[in-house]
Design a protein around this ligand. Structure first.
Ligand code: FAD
Ligand code: NAI
Length: 464
């Protein structure tokens, strides 16, 4: 039986990054992955293909908005299969790239589905039969999968999960997206930009729950302006197939009022759930919470000594960079170093147009906790770079304690996902709004809106 210091089950951003870091630290590592490609949800059916399609669809949409620049474009055709081909090539190149990184770092890639018959042993079902690996430590990084909507069958033909919505062969005429969260908005906007009439149905009376409410409202307004329709406060009772496509039965939440919507494709995007089936965790005695997430301590150890878990299959934000941070912290601790993740400074970005970016607490949480805080806001309308590139929707909002220490930052606007990095670093290093405001920012740049929002928190914005 092959013997390892660490066997990682799952080759997503949590598992593959943990494997490489552990190998760098001198551990003998194997990474077990069943899907036939490394990179997990993120590279295969998540972050990367969705961002590839967001970029292609943005370029297509931009062509019909160039008149304001004095440019007219005739004869534009959409080649959906060409767009999908580009996406698939990016995915294939990146997943192969991880295989190369494994070879370079001496991580053994074991292809097959893993389970844990006992602490210290991982069994792998491979195409050539069963394998047994002996492991001083086992790291579960098995990720997550789409949560199905009870009573609605996701067939990936008419009713899609995010995976199906990333691979449509043609643009549907009418698409209904169930769930106004990150996936619903990103993939809804992809198909809307390509010509589908997209309606987003959401149970709550707002989009992007958990994000700052004022920022979410601005995002909704901007997305509506760009063509997405919203039907908030609606419960989906069922989806029926008929001659005119799919009919969704809806109920107004809290009101005894029924409605119907018709669609050619329905995308179910109501969240994701951890993947733990088939690992043998129950027999092993690993504690799992009521929602199926594996419980871990501050060192990512489960209730069974020598068995660890990270990423989407443990509680916390379901984000690729969070999974990576978990993985690095976990194996650094295993190797005798000090690993730690500050979940309060994990940024979240929604890659729609305009982007939505967030770190730390939303204003609602500060109000609820009753603490004193100051707030600074700056609209992109007053930023000269935003004016010159024609991206004036949105604003930067900074929340700080009365001493100026930043507690949360929220951006809706073009390049928000890049701009948030400055405020994440400020939070990590304990910089105040005054210190960010006194940092020289290039002109003309979107980043000047970050500086001005920090000045506004001190009641000294120049351009507001
Ligand atoms: P995963 O990436 O899910 O990887 C787990 C791996 O384990 C999988 O490859 C699976 O096949 C394998 N596995 C499971 N069970 C076993 C087993 N028993 N044996 C062997 N292998 C097993 N996050 C961002 O930060 N930014 C984004 O822009 C972003 N966009 C997204 C877009 C979409 C459409 C989706 C669906 C998700 C997106 N996410 C994004 C979320 C991100 O993909 C996840 O948070 C991230 O992939 C989690 O990493 P992970 O390693 O924990 O799990
Ligand atoms: P989500 O949790 O972001 O949003 C789900 C939405 O569906 C919520 O608004 C919720 O209120 C709503 N909802 C739940 N049940 C419903 C029902 N029965 N009817 C109508 N609405 C309902 O989940 P989503 O969008 O599926 O994404 C899953 C995860 O993937 C997220 O946690 C996110 O972190 C990650 N992700 C991250 C991305 C990024 O970082 N850019 C991109 C895509 C996904």
């Amino acid at each position: 039986m092959a013997e390892y210091d660490l066997v990682v089950i799952g080759g997503g951003p949590g598992g593959y990054v943990a494997s490489i870091r552990a190998a760098q630290l001198g551990l003998k590592v194997a990474c077990v992955e069943g899907r036939g490609a490394l990179g997990g949800t993120c590279l295969n059916v998540g972050c990367i293909p969705s961002k590839a399609l967001l970029t292609s669809s943005a370029k297509f949409a931009e062509l019909s908005h160039l008149a304001g620049h004095g440019i007219s474009v005739d004869g534009v055709w959409l080649d959906v299969s060409g767009m999908m081909g580009r996406k698939e090539k990016i995915v294939a190149d990146l997943t192969k790239g991880i295989e190369f990184l494994f070879k370079k770092n001496g991580v053994e890639y074991v292809q097959g589905w893993g389970s844990i018959p006992a602490a210290g042993t991982v069994s792998v079902k491979t195409e050539d039969g069963d394998l047994s690996l002996s492991a001083k430590n086992i790291l579960v990084a098995t990720g997550s999968e789409p949560t199905p909507l009870p009573g609605v069958v996701t067939d990936e033909v008419d009713v899609l999960s995010s995976t199906g919505a990333l691979s449509l062969e043609e643009v549907p005429k009418r698409m209904v997206v169930i769930g106004a969260g990150v996936i619903g908005l990103e993939l809804g906007q992809v198909w809307s930009r390509l010509g589908a009439q997209v309606t987003v149905v959401e149970y709550l009376d707002r989009i992007l729950p958990g994000m700052d409410g004022e920022i979410a409202k601005l995002s909704q307004r901007a997305l509506s302006k760009r063509g997405l329709k919203f039907s908030l406060g609606r419960k989906v009772l069922g989806v029926e197939k008929g001659e005119d496509g799919l009919t969704l039965a809806l109920e107004r939440v809290g009101k005894d009022k029924k409605e119907e919507l018709v669609a050619d494709k329905v995308l179910v995007a109501i969240g994701r759930r951890p993947v733990i089936n088939g690992l043998g965790l129950e027999a092993l005695g690993v504690n799992v919470n009521g929602r199926g997430f594996i419980e871990v301590d501050e060192n990512f150890q489960t209730s069974v000594a020598g068995v660890y878990a990270i990423g989407d299959c443990i509680p916390g934000p379901m984000l690729a960079h969070k999974a990576e941070e978990d993985g690095v912290a976990c194996v650094e601790t295993l190797a005798g170093e000090h690993g730690h993740v500050d979940y309060n400074t994990v940024p979240g970005v929604v890659y729609t147009d305009p982007e939505v970016a967030s770190v730390g607490l939303p204003e609602e949480a500060l109000k609820e906790s009753g603490v004193d805080y100051i707030v600074g806001k700056f609209s992109f309308m007053a930023n000269s770079r935003a004016r010159s590139i024609g991206e004036t929707d949105g604003m930067v909002k900074v929340l700080a304690d009365p001493s100026g220490k930043i507690l949360g930052a929220h951006i809706v606007g073009a390049h928000g996902g890049d701009l948030i990095a400055e405020l994440v670093l400020a939070m990590v290093k304990g910089a105040t709004v005054e210190e960010v405001a006194r940092t020289c920012h290039a002109h003309p740049a979107m980043g000047e809106a970050v500086k001005e929002a920090c000045l506004d928190a001190l009641n000294r914005a120049i351009h507001a």
